[in-house]
Design a binder for this molecule. Structure first.
Ligand code: 5AD
Ligand code: FES
Length: 352
């Protein structure tokens, strides 16, 4: 076991079989070593800085029907909303005032926001705030649309692969296609976006082999950003009776992600903070180096409920900004309000 952990630390590589072996045999003493290694790798690549991203959840309308997701099309109980382009710009204005230099625009798959509307929003943000990075998290679109959004000024794109296991993916996504998902990620990379992939931990029937597959997929794709969070069941979905993921299992996955893709940007997700009062701090201590405080208007926050008991739904943007900074400091880290481009992209000098 120790020799495998040393290999992971020194070479940032393991085979799938080796990862499965670790996942199935990890005791507390070795887990501590894994976490020490991932923490020291993070320090080596990014120091003790934590990057801040302002998250704007601009629409909870979604045409897809993912079995786990609270805003799936079939959930009739969701109070649906769309922010207008002006309302989105206002969120950015508030975020900019609070010091944010990255805005993450996230929504369900909502084609009300056409290419034209989206490019208009992106251009306007870049015109008003030329020194910010824009990250899109809006799901699957055509290559042409992805290209035009990039040309308009979008810098990054988050599209979690959700699970690299084809049979699990197909079960969980009745309206979607696994190959298409993977192709979208490859296309985004080809266009020149800084790309974020990632997955959920604790999905129903997910095995150690599946999770090792997710990690190997990430190693192969080498994304700039990696979003990993526990699956948290939502009462109005077909998976309401499931067990869901744990903080401990997710921490192990975060540590692996840091070690396998050492220069990645790795958020301490809100889902971690939802499962455990110190969930995000714990994530930061095993290699996570990004947090994404909420900038959405308080009136709509609770409506963007992907999973139950989501935190921060009643808090003003300024409150989250302060709360998060306190948490980062108490965990022994420092806030970095810069754009926070990935090391990978800085090295290849793409539009940075
Ligand atoms: N529990 C945890 N994460 C979820 N997501 C969607 N639904 C849930 C849930 N019930 C995640 C997906 C998606 C991201 C925006 O939120 O991984 O990509
Ligand atoms: Fe929103 Fe703590 S981050 S209240």
């Amino acid at each position: 076991m120790l020799d495998l952990l040393d290999k992971l630390y020194e070479q940032n590589y393991l085979t799938k079989e080796e990862i499965v072996y670790i996942l199935k045999n990890l005791d507390d003493a070795h887990k501590k070593i894994l976490f020490d290694y991932s923490h020291s790798t993070r320090l080596k690549y990014y120091g003790n800085k934590v990057f801040m991203r302002g998250l704007i959840e601009f629409s909870n309308i979604c045409k897809q029907d993912c079995l786990y997701c609270g805003i799936r099309a079939s959930n009739r109980k969701v109070d649906r909303y769309r922010l207008t382009p002006d309302e989105i710009i206002e969120c950015c204005r508030e975020g900019y005032r609070l010091g944010y230099r990255t805005f993450v625009l996230q929504s369900g798959e909502d084609f009300w926001y056409t290419e034209e509307i989206l490019t208009g929003i992106i251009r306007k943000i870049k015109e008003l705030f030329p020194d910010v990075a824009i990250t899109l998290s809006i799901g699957e679109r055509s290559e042409e649309v992805y290209r035009n959004l990039f040309e308009a000024g979008a810098d990054r794109f988050l599209l979690r692969h959700e699970t690299a296991s084809r049979h699990l993916y197909e079960k969980l996504h009745p309206t979607m296609n696994f190959d298409n998902r993977i192709n979208c990620l490859k296309t985004l990379k080809k266009i020149g976006y800084q790309v974020g992939a990632g997955f959920m931990v604790g999905l129903p029937e997910q095995t150690a082999e599946d999770l090792a597959g997710d990690l190997c997929f990430l190693k192969e794709l080498e994304p700039d950003m990696i979003g990993i969070g526990p699956f948290i069941p939502h009462r109005e979905t077909p998976l309401k009776g499931s067990k869901g993921g744990t903080v401990e299992d997710t921490l192990v996955m975060l540590a692996f992600a840091r070690l396998l893709v050492p220069d990645c940007l790795l958020p301490a997700t809100t889902a971690m903070g939802t499962l455990h009062p110190k969930g995000r701090e714990l994530a930061l201590k095993v290699g996570a180096n990004v947090v994404m405080p909420n900038l959405s208007p308080t009136a709509v926050r609770a409506k963007y409920e992907l999973y139950e008991n989501k935190i921060c739904t009643g808090d003003e943007a300024a409150h989250c900004r302060q709360c998060i900074e306190r948490r980062i400091n108490s965990a022994g880290f420092e806030v970095d309000m810069g754009r926070g481009d990935s090391l990978k992209s800085r090295n290849s000098m793409q539009r940075v």
